[in-house]
Design a protein around this ligand. Structure first.
Ligand SMILES: Cc1ncc(COP(=O)(O)O)c(C=O)c1O
Length: 402
């Protein structure tokens, strides 16, 4: 009998997405009739705007879209993404520098697969989104964490990045606005980091998926535009999911130098071929249209953000800095770890999150999922009433900790 493992070591090293796992558990409890309020989901609670849905319906009826199309994306969508990038970030790109992917996730995977050789190091600011470590690992890369906390609003400095750089560092991952912290780098900070990366010959992979969700005077700055000398070594990841409430449609993209885009397109041509044409035509309507839908969502998110920060900071033991972007808050719950609560003494944020789910029927994602135990991520992309009820349940339960 073969003694070889059934699952390859490469794939068995991948962990389940912790955020999707929390969401699935909350949904299962809900289906079983329990009134769970979920702060786990990373998606807007709005439906996709009608004009986008109509474009998809028309595409489904057009026989041209019943066939294979170019693996790298429909030419008209690539054009529109290049134009949208010039409009929103001021970054000058051609359609040939765009690869249309199956969501931003595939763009993340392909960016690292295309850039990394085994042993190449990637600087990743923690707390980080759960998918990055797995994509880096699959490509044979080595993640080097640059850990930040609430005292700096989860922002990394050039000094911290420099301290983590070695001669094996190839890529800096730059994410602003950030998932899970909502941190947004100012233009000055972005420029300083971009110039440091350029001066050290690093590549920058930048995830701009939350570009339109910034609040209270904060501004989104594309590192590619802010530091033109990076142009030959910058790869942008983006998509329609968060801006147009289109998480289920699965359309994202990668923008980069032509050789990188060509190589990533070769990979995609064997892995998945073209993204569903119907979804691509929906994305075309989205990126060619105006930004009024996201403006409306932003207003609702901003209101919920402020309510959430205020209510969470009223809970003893919870410290919640004000996020400037995306739709998450990332409070510290370190003071609550080890305290007694309903006859138990949770020793980690993961154990505390589990207790909260069981006792208060509120789902939050523990910081362990993002590389920093001692925190929770709560999404405020849920209805106002659920938000108020969920935080009030949390407050009631956590007040019992002693
Ligand atoms: C920071 C970040 N990047 C990329 C994505 C990928 O989005 P999608 O694959 O749905 O386009 C997400 C989704 O949660 C995200 O939070």
């Amino acid at each position: 009998m073969s003694t070889r493992p059934r699952i390859s070591s490469r794939i068995s090293a991948i962990s389940e997405s912790a955020t999707l796992a929390v969401d699935a558990k909350a949904k299962a409890m809900k289906a079983a009739g329990r009134p769970v309020i979920g702060f786990g989901a990373g998606e807007p609670d709005f439906p996709t705007p009608d004009y986008i849905v109509e474009a998809a319906v028309a595409a489904a009826r057009d026989p041209r879209f019943h066939k294979y199309t170019p693996a790298g994306g429909l030419p008209e969508l690539k054009q529109a993404i290049a134009a949208k990038t010039r409009r929103d970030s001021g970054y000058q790109v051609e359609a040939s520098q765009v690869l249309v992917t199956n969501g931003g996730k595939q763009a993340v995977y392909e960016a690292f697969a295309t850039l990394l050789d085994p042993g190449d190091e990637v600087l990743v600011v923690a707390p980080y989104w759960t998918t990055y470590p797995e994509a880096i690992k699959l490509a044979g890369g080595v993640q080097v964490d640059v850990v930040t906390d609430e005292t700096t609003g989860y922002l990394a400095s050039v000094e911290q990045l420099e301290a983590a750089r070695t001669e094996r560092t190839k890529v800096l991952l730059f994410v602003s606005p950030s998932n899970p912290t909502g941190a947004v780098y100012s233009r000055e900070q972005t420029e300083a980091i971009g110039r440091w990366a350029a001066a050290n010959g690093l590549w920058v992979v930048t995830d701009e998926i939350y570009e339109h969700l910034v609040y209270g005077g904060a501004e989104f700055t594309s590192i590619a535009t802010a530091v033109p000398e990076l142009a030959d070594r910058v790869v942008i990841v983006n998509g329609v999911a968060k801006t147009y409430a289109m998480t289920g449609w699965r359309v994202g993209w990668l923008i980069g130098p032509s050789d990188v885009v060509k190589a990533a397109t070769n990979l995609q041509s064997h892995a998945t071929s073209n993204v569903s044409n119907v979804a691509q035509m929906a994305a075309l309507a989205a990126v060619s249209g105006d930004l009024s839908a996201v403006a409306e969502m932003r207003e609702a998110f901003d209101r919920r953000r402020q309510a959430m920060v205020r209510l969470l900071n009223e809970i003893p033991g919870v410290v919640c800095p004000e996020p400037k972007g995306a739709f998450y808050v990332y409070p510290s719950v370190k003071e609550l770890i080890g305290k007694e609560l309903r006859g138990r003494r949770p020793q980690s944020s993961a154990e505390l999150a589990e207790l909260i789910l069981e006792e208060a029927e509120v789902a939050v994602v523990p910081g362990e999922a993002f590389g920093t135990p001692g925190y929770f991520r709560l999404s405020y992309a849920l209805g106002d009433d659920d938000l108020a009820e969920g935080v009030s349940r949390l407050a009631k339960l956590l007040a019992e900790a002693h």
